[in-house]
Design a binder for this molecule. Structure first.
Ligand SMILES: [Zn+2]
Length: 73
């Protein structure tokens, strides 16, 4: 299984290039298992959306859902 270092690298690389099927599968599997990388991937997605709407010249920022209620206990 790939480690977090590889996973985060692929997460950022997939913004610029198409990953191979093998890479995608390994990455998906890792992200499924690993919460840290899942969060990282979501941040990457958010950043890309922001950059995209910025590039379009749209002033409106996308709505952000705040899920700060982490009551584990
Ligand atoms: Zn990870």
């Amino acid at each position: 299984m790939m480690d977090c270092k590889q996973a985060t690298r692929l997460l950022s690389e997939q913004q610029d290039r198409n990953l191979s099927r093998r890479e995608k599968f390994a990455l998906k599997f890792h992200v499924f298992m690993c919460k840290a990388c899942r969060n990282f991937g979501q941040q990457m997605g958010t950043l890309r959306d922001l950059a995209r709407s910025y590039a379009k010249g749209e002033g409106n920022t996308p709505r952000q859902s705040e899920d700060s209620n982490s009551n584990d206990k």
